[in-house]
Ligand binder design. Structure first.
Ligand code: ADP
Length: 272
């Protein structure tokens, strides 16, 4: 490594001129939300597997440091960090996706990570630089909810291809996601679009549709900020049940569940 490279490595990037800590990835996409619990990790997992099913090489980095749910979604919650002989971390692979998460570093699933954000960010930089990802078509990053240090650091340290935002239709979630829209605009990250999750519920017995969290919240945000609406996913018990068991719905779910995600992935690929 020459002197210039060392200086570059030590320097933080800026959002206008970010570093590239993932040169092995053709496109880095962050999945974010305004608030927790709206289904961001479920979307990240299914989107990653859907891309892998299409033949792309996909890595999924769980950057939701304080609530890492990706290992459970992939049924690999008991796995631990492994190193190869070149001192690189080996990602765990399931459903055709390479996965890394701080969840693999804790002794048990209920161990909380009580980390200052500077420590969390250096762990994430290590996951970008010291994991044996190989060449990737897509690196998908499941971000923590909100507009904080980790979002800012990712925008400074990676030339992000874009951000996908997940919201439920409810006003509370839409208010929070609006702040995320403004943040990504401020840090010069292209917003690929918004996914509305838990959009409605169709009762399996009566087939009556209930708009449990309200209606059209995601679409209205798209209109307001002139963004792409990438699609809706209803509340579906099949998604919840499979997700809890580590069985990715786009791979093992009912046909209608697969179709919701497939429609969204089609629209995402149109943007890439
Ligand atoms: P976040 O990452 O935004 O905190 P998660 O992806 O962990 O949210 O989802 C929160 C919970 O909601 C999980 O139990 C998940 O299985 C469930 N869930 C997410 N999307 C749906 C959906 N469309 N239908 C039913 N359950 C869902």
């Amino acid at each position: 490594m020459n002197k210039e490279q060392i200086i570059k490595k030590l320097e933080y990037g800026s959002t206008k001129n970010p570093n590239n800590r993932a040169p092995y990835a053709k496109k880095v996409i962050v999945i974010s939300s305004g608030k927790g619990g709206v289904g961001k990790s479920t979307v990240s997992a299914n989107l990653s597997v859907a891309l892998a099913q299409k033949g792309y090489k996909v890595g999924l980095l769980d950057a939701d440091i304080y609530g890492p749910s990706i290992p459970r979604l992939f049924g690999i919650e008991n796995e631990k960090i492994k190193w190869n002989k070149n001192n690189k971390i080996v990602p765990h692979e399931n459903f055709g996706v390479k996965v890394i998460s701080v969840g693999f570093t804790t002794p048990s699933e209920d161990t909380p990570l009580v980390w200052r954000s500077s420590v969390a960010i250096s762990a994430l930089m290590q996951f970008l630089e010291d994991v044996d990802w190989g060449e990737l078509d897509f690196l998908i990053i499941d971000m923590p909810p909100g507009t904080g240090d980790i979002q800012l650091s990712m925008a400074e340290e990676l030339p992000l291809f874009g951000a996908i935002l997940v919201t439920t239709p409810q006003a509370l979630s839409c208010d929070d996601v609006s702040r995320s829209v403004m943040m990504f605009k401020d840090v010069h990250v292209n917003i690929l679009g918004i996914i509305e999750n838990m959009s409605y519920f169709i009762a399996p017995d009566t087939k009556i549709r209930y708009n449990i969290f309200g209606k059209n919240g995601g679409k209205n945000i798209c209109k307001k900020y002139n963004l792409n609406f990438l699609g809706q996913i209803p509340l579906d018990i099949n998604i919840q049940e499979l997700s809890d068991k580590g069985e990715i719905p786009i791979s093992l779910g009912t046909q209608s569940v697969k179709n919701y995600y497939k429609e969204i992935v089609k629209r995402v690929l149109e943007e890439t």
